[in-house]
Design a protein around this ligand. Structure first.
Ligand SMILES: [Zn+2]
Length: 256
């Protein structure tokens, strides 16, 4: 029991450090600057560009120690930074509790998926774009993990990735003919391919089913107010949420 608690604590702490790195990716890709320095550049305040010293850059702790403000310019650090670090920490710990019995392959593979989905969701929310390096890179990673995890096997991973991609392409083509407006883009097709590669067929069904439901509920006030469905919405965050629900409800594919 004590050993299990220790593993959970270590996973949480490692995850928080990863979360801190995800924040850097989200910021640098979301703002479209300094892309050449993404991995090598030092962290700096997004507002005053002052480099952040190591003792002001400790995940979770610095956020509170600095009173949620930049030491130099007093810029209020958005709550998002803390939320991403916390999700980074909680994800591997929860997956260890639920999937740990299947081995580390499942824990690491599903954690990697959530990290990538978190990054592309927040970039999509800001820019309505999904960089290929994350979506297509994620497809490759999802396939590469298949020998190490209990589910899905490589064949299903590959078929589900293709199915996810072409399902969205089909939806786009049909909508274009019928309604003239396009609710999904090629970015969504690549994200659904990623989800298929990591989760198999259940993942793409869950992502589309729960994702559409969550998006509808979230945007319902705007739909009622504007009396139209034809405004641009970032859909990736909802696909991502649906995919996470799919990990915990693996039977959805059988309902159809
Ligand atoms: Zn600053």
């Amino acid at each position: 029991m004590a050993e299990k608690s220790l593993i959970l604590l270590v996973l949480f702490l490692i995850g928080v450090v990863f979360g801190s790195f995800l924040n850097v990716l989200i910021y640098r890709f979301g703002e479209g600057e300094n892309r050449d320095k993404i991995l090598t550049g030092r962290s700096y305040c997004p507002n005053c560009k002052t480099p952040i010293r190591w003792y002001d850059n400790i995940p979770l702790i610095s956020y509170w120690a600095l009173g949620r403000r930049c030491r130099h310019c007093g810029w209020k650090i958005p709550l998002r930074y803390l939320a991403v670090e916390l999700i980074g920490g909680i994800t591997p710990a929860v997956f260890y509790l639920i999937f740990g019995k299947n081995g580390w392959g499942d824990v690491i593979s599903y954690t990697a998926m959530v990290y990538i989905l978190l990054v592309i969701s927040l970039i999509d929310w800001k820019t309505f774009e999904v960089p290929d390096i994350f979506s297509l890179g994620g497809v490759v990673l999802g396939l590469a993990f298949s020998p190490f995890r209990s589910f899905p096997p490589f064949t299903e991973s590959l078929l589900a990735a293709l199915a996810g991609f072409f399902l969205v392409v089909l939806i786009i083509l049909v909508y274009r003919k019928v309604r003239g407006i396009i609710p999904l883009g090629m970015g969504d097709a690549k994200v659904l391919a990623l989800i298929g590669a990591f989760e198999g067929f259940n993942g793409i069904f869950s992502s589309l089913f729960w994702g559409s439901l969550f998006a509808l509920l979230f945007f319902l006030p705007a739909i009622v107010k504007n009396r139209t469905l034809s405004f641009a919405v970032p859909f990736v965050p909802f696909l991502a949420l649906g995919a996470v629900v799919g990990l915990f409800l693996p039977k959805l594919v059988w309902w159809f």
